[in-house]
Design a protein around this ligand. Sequence first.
Ligand code: AMP
Ligand code: ZN
Length: 114
Amino acid sequence: MSDCIFCKIINREIPATIVYEDDKVIAFNDISPAAPVHVLVIPKQHIDSVSQLNEENVRVLPDIYLAINKIAEKLGIKENGFRVIVNNGKDGGQVVYHLHFHLIGGKKLGSLIV
Ligand code: AMP
Ligand code: ZN
């Protein structure tokens, strides 16, 4: 998707601090971090949101979660724990419509429902 900012990060058209990359997944620091560690983990394939997952593209999810564990280990937050958040759609607070997983940690996080 040519007008997608996260596709532009994948294609190195706009800068980001990339903390992990493999053939299916890339991860970079959130530009506006909510905690000491705040990384966005995304599939290289453009998928708008959770709502757009289907029988084919859903297969990227294991790669995402394996990457999350590797990144958590690398950034030193695996042992103490972390939170993974996926916002979906307007009411879910999604702003960027390229599926992304917020990996947040590095401090004791508060309870969070809404
Ligand atoms: P969401 O509300 O789940 O769509 O989250 C979008 C996230 O993308 C926010 O936490 C933003 O701070 C982050 N973000 C937006 N633009 C960039 C960028 N160019 N580089 C890194 N993170 C970004
Ligand atoms: Zn995209």
